[in-house]
Ligand binder design. Structure first.
Ligand code: ZN
Length: 45
């Protein structure tokens, strides 16, 4: 699951919440960025 961060207030918002409305529920900002904590693992089969 992807987590986005509000560019304005820094609140973390799940991508599920943004699917409905691409607006920060806290400050109403429409700018988000993805924190680079996510590590993608690729499974070699
Ligand atoms: Zn915000």
């Amino acid at each position: 699951m992807a987590i986005y961060k509000c560019f304005k207030c820094g609140k973390q918002i799940s991508h599920k919440a943004l699917e409905k409305r691409f607006v920060c529920p806290t400050c109403g900002s429409k700018m988000f960025f993805k924190p680079r904590k996510h590590i993608v693992k690729i499974k070699a089969v």
